[in-house]
Design a protein around this ligand. Structure first.
Ligand code: NAP
Length: 529
């Protein structure tokens, strides 16, 4: 392909990016800069760009591909800055700028001349990148950029090792002495990218193609605009999220941010990955709560942290809702404006409502139902605790028999709502076909897209299913799982995990905002997935 064709393609992508909401285009000329006729091509990119632009020629070692000489790079930048159509910004690494006197002199003289000569001139971004960790001398480097007269914008980007790195990036923005970009890279870094405007950050980077990010963890323009509502984020924005490990595929950000938009709630809901151990949970959630300006107001808490949430709220002297206490796990953290914390379990009431609505019965009719629960993890626990309390006779089946027995023993013989004793037993997984149940509830990830057994049903073929039986699959991706197909083939009544998911999310939304959840907005957001 000739470079003029490539130029047209690049400009078309820039135009699409601007149409999608980008206000500034970054041209990464790392590879182009070493081609013959590079300067003419780069000038054309800048001149024809549909928005103001940053020109970056990133060297190998700071995440780029440029392997040419500093003098060639300086010549290109000088020609751009002194040209008829100067870019809005050029970006040069602080290390190179400090090291190379000729580069520094050439660029600072060109910038000064440009500033004198015209109203629209180029400004210099000096930048620091570390793809492993927070640089030990980060603050000294920021000071060096602050003290460099030619530097108009300070940029720092480093690989976050935990969510807590974001808090430092956001603090740096808040304390900036010059316009600043402070970003964390990698799976933990999204918070710094999305919340930058809340703390006065100059800009954030997004890609037009998920496969072509210029740094790890960069969101797409579409995600930034349409999921995280970047244009709405500012100082009053309150922060929410989904805490788990992993959380990257959660539907929470799509539906809760759509809900905030629908009721005009100034909130941003983000994925918050926290490694499995309680110490990580405690340190990270504690740091977010203690941060004076973050405005952390709540979270959905998912596997493996539901029991940690209960312990954490107890440790910090918060309030545990009685239902969460009874279940021994919570999935919702609520933080009020004074910083007081509470936790709730919305899985259990959501599952119960979904079951009653699907069967067309009142809650009181759960008493005496024979329910088979498949799985003994967090969701099984909430459902076993709640249905047995309402008088259902529950049998737990699990791959690991010991866990099924432990769960049954924990909830059997407690005082039920009626004043009688709860009935919960465990049975061997291969005995499931030998008994008759009114309801089967899948609480394993079997049948879940991307899970350990996406094509398998948790129920063997010989389990008796007919129109008198209800099959409830808590798995919600996909909506029609192998279990749902199996149940339909036998004429059984089916309930999708999506129903439970939407109900538990609606209850969380109501705890955080005090408003009825806009369920239509939730459903529309899911459709767009
Ligand atoms: P969890 O605590 O990790 O428990 C998973 C359970 O599934 C364990 O009992 C485990 O058995 C069993 N299991 C895992 N892989 C299995 C396999 N390949 N074959 C058979 N059994 C297997 O998870 P959780 O938080 O309870 O979540 C379970 C599922 O519920 C999730 O996959 C999700 O789809 C669904 N869910 C739905 C909603 C909703 O709102 N609809 C909310 C949360 C979760 P062992 O004890 O032998 O390890």
């Amino acid at each position: 392909m000739r470079w003029t064709d490539e130029l047209d393609t690049a400009l078309r992508r820039a135009t699409q990016a601007v149409e999608a909401g980008a206000r500034l285009i970054e041209w990464r000329i790392d590879a182009l800069a070493e081609e013959p006729d590079a300067l003419a091509a780069i000038k054309a990119l800048v001149r024809r760009c549909p928005a103001p632009c940053i020109v970056t020629c990133r060297v190998c070692g700071e995440g780029g591909d440029y392997g040419g000489t500093e003098s060639h790079r300086a010549e290109i930048f000088e020609a751009l800055v002194r040209g008829d159509h100067p870019p809005r910004y050029i970006d040069i690494e602080l290390a190179a700028y400090q090291r190379d006197t000729r580069l520094r002199r050439t660029i600072s003289a060109a910038l000064k001349d440009g500033e004198r000569a015209r109203d629209t001139h180029t400004s210099l971004i000096l930048s620091v990148h570390d793809f492993d960790r927070r640089p030990a001398d980060l603050l000294q480097r920021i000071e060096a950029m602050t003290n460099e007269p030619a530097c108009s914008v300070i940029k720092v980007a480093w690989q976050a090792r935990s969510l807590r790195d974001n808090l430092e990036a956001l603090d740096l923005l808040a304390q900036r002495a010059k316009p600043m970009i402070a970003l964390c890279m990698g799976r933990f870094g999204l918070m710094s990218r999305v919340l930058a405007p809340k703390f006065g950050g100059l800009l954030t980077y997004a890609t037009d193609r998920p496969t072509e990010t210029t740094a790890p963890g960069q969101p797409t323009i579409d995600e930034l605009q349409n999921v995280y509502r970047f244009q709405r984020i500012g100082p009053p924005t309150k922060v929410y999220g989904v805490i788990g490990w992993p959380v990257e595929h959660s539907l929470g950000p799509s539906i809760h941010n759509a809900g905030f938009e629908a009721v005009e709630h100034a909130g941003a809901y983000l994925p918050m990955a926290i490694p499995p151990q309680y110490e990580h949970f405690k340190a990270t959630v504690g740091a977010m709560l203690d941060h004076q300006h973050l405005g952390f107001r709540g979270a959905s808490v998912t596997s493996p942290h539901k029991e940690h949430l209960l312990r954490f709220v107890a440790d910090r002297g918060g309030r545990i809702d009685p239902l969460a206490e009874r279940i021994g796990a919570a999935n919702t953290l609520v933080v009020n404006d004074e910083g007081f914390i509470e936790c709730f379990n919305t899985d259990a009431p959501a599952a119960q409502e979904a079951l009653c609505a699907g069967m067309g019965i009142e809650r009181s009719a759960l008493a005496g139902l024979r329910v088979a629960v498949l799985g003994a993890g967090g969701v099984a626990r909430a459902i076993v605790a709640d249905l047995s309390h309402d008088g259902a006779e529950v049998t737990v089946f699990n791959r690991t028999q010991d866990r099924a027995e432990a769960l049954a023993n924990e909830f059997n013989g407690r005082e039920a709502a009626s004043g009688r004793r709860t009935k919960v037993v465990a049975a061997k997984a291969d005995a499931i076909a030998g008994d008759r149940f009114d309801v089967f509830i899948n609480c394993t990830p079997m049948g879940m897209a991307g899970g350990p057994a996406p094509d398998e049903s948790p129920l063997p073929d010989d389990v008796p299913l007919d129109e008198n039986v209800t099959v409830f699959d808590t798995v919600y991706t996909p909506q029609r799982t192998p279990l749902i197909h199996q149940a339909e083939a036998h004429g059984a009544r089916t309930i999708s995990g999506l129903d439970m998911f939407l109900r538990q999310a609606a209850m969380q939304f109501e705890h955080w905002t005090g408003r009825d959840a806009p369920t239509e907005a939730f459903a529309a957001a899911l459709k767009n997935q």
